[in-house]
Design a protein around this ligand. Structure first.
Ligand code: SF4
Length: 418
């Protein structure tokens, strides 16, 4: 499994308040045929979710046959936390992602799932698009509870629009006619209970961009923390300091995709590189455990000099941040591309090591580059965590340190709950 792809905002539609990210969806279209979302919103939804979750929409309530996904999702919303008022009377500015959409009355943001209604921001709550139990390593997280099971859930929609997204059926479900469109209603407590019953030590939000549903993720993670689980955001990194600070009290891990180095590359995806680099630094400063993934796509971001520059940017924040170089396989709108040559990834990893990074992995190539899936001690180079194809085979660390030379190896180690 490789990095989770993300998506891009809709084309601008002419809001003079924000030329970069304009509201483009009318709420009357979102909720057509559905009862007003406000009728199901809890009255006291405030700045946080700690101590209790908000009431989700009734499962299936008010749904008409053939109801569009946008309407189904609009019925499953609560008042949001991540926004500010302005820049004019009646307008809201969403702060969940770096687009910072200005929402005029009755309009949704570029993600299509957060919208203004009756003076408040409405945000998704009380459902998932899908959830699976797999090893934590399948989230491309290598320094957290190796070998633990992870319940990973995803939602619908995305702030980016990557043409190689492996999860496009949910991330692009509001844009693609072939998307998967049936929300699974579930409470935060029941989702976490599912994870605990399956023996999970980790709970992660992935498959689409979790920050666009930060209020829901925070409610789920609050419950997960209460049950002793490690929590992880699998993010495209196109987020804000406000959202990172909002999630940090209940989140341990920020696993971020760094998808390129140039404005042109990120324009293709519908974002900008600067907020992603800033988010990596800010997450580290806030105390998240951070791991970075770069999916190397032939003809898109497979230039050695550019990848070396990405490695340098990560090392500048902290050379202890693990960097995963993942191989691409043709899919979605990039079925005409070749797969990534593993030898090229090995070369990039070698340069990154030579320039001071301490944990560089080559993944998504099955067993062809097995040596670069292990964690090695940066002091004596002994293997301290042995892996094979996203599965941990052996953890040799002793109290988070190399058993041979005693060098500390950073990460959230410890016994897996599973
Ligand atoms: S999450 Fe991002 S794309 Fe969605 S409304 Fe907020 S700022 Fe816009």
């Amino acid at each position: 499994m490789e990095t989770n792809g993300q998506s891009a905002p809709e084309a601008a539609t002419g809001d003079p308040l924000d030329p970069g990210c304009r509201p483009h969806v009318r709420v009357e279209d979102l909720v057509r045929g559905a009862a007003p979302a406000g009728e199901r919103a809890p009255a006291d939804a405030g700045a946080g979710c700690a101590g209790g979750e908000r009431a989700p929409a009734e499962p299936g309530a008010g749904g008409a046959p053939g109801e569009p996904l946008t309407a189904k999702l609009a019925r499953r919303t609560v008042p949001g936390d991540l926004y500010e008022r302005g820049p004019e009377e009646g307008y809201l500015r969403c702060t969940a992602c770096a687009h910072r959409c200005v929402l005029s009355p009755g309009r949704a943001g570029a993600c299509g799932i957060r919208f203004e209604q009756d003076g408040e921001l409405r945000v998704p709550f009380g459902y998932v698009a899908r959830h699976y139990v797999r090893s934590v390593e399948t989230n491309t997280i290598f320094h957290v509870r190796p070998g633990a099971r992870s319940l990973t859930f995803g939602m619908f929609g995305c702030d980016l629009r990557c043409p190689y997204c492996q999860n496009w059926k949910v991330s692009q479900a509001l844009r693609e006619p072939e998307g998967d469109g049936e929300p699974i209603d579930i409470s935060a407590a029941d989702l976490v209970e599912t994870a605990v019953a399956a023996g999970c030590g980790v709970l992660a939000s992935a498959y689409n961009e979790p920050m666009i549903t930060a209020e829901w993720a925070r409610a789920v993670f609050t419950e997960a923390r209460r049950r002793g689980l490690v929590t992880a955001l699998i993010s495209d990194g196109n987020t804000t300091p406000e959202a990172l600070a909002y999630m940090r009290p209940v989140t341990d891990v920020f696993r971020v995709d760094l998808k390129g180095w140039s404005a042109d590359q990120y324009r293709t995806l519908g974002g900008r590189v600067e907020p992603v680099l800033a988010a990596i630094g800010e997450a580290r400063r806030l105390g998240y455990w951070v791991e970075v993934v770069t999916l190397v796509v032939p003809g898109f971001n497979d230039k050695a000099a550019g990848l070396r520059a990405l490695g340098a940017e990560i090392a500048r924040v902290d050379p202890d941040i693990p960097w995963h170089l993942n191989a691409f396989y043709p899919r979605y709108k990039m079925r005409d591309r070749l797969t990534t040559d593993p030898a090229f990834l090995v070369d990039v990893a070698g340069v990154a090591y030579a320039r001071g990074m301490r944990y560089v992995y080559v993944s998504n190539v099955a067993d062809r580059v097995r040596e670069l899936s292990h964690t090695r001690c940066p002091g004596c180079y002994e293997v301290v965590v042995r892996r094979f194809n996203y599965e941990t085979q052996e953890v040799l660390l002793s109290g988070g340190a190399c058993p041979a030379c005693g060098t500390r190896v950073p990460g959230l180690w410890g016994p897996a709950a599973a």
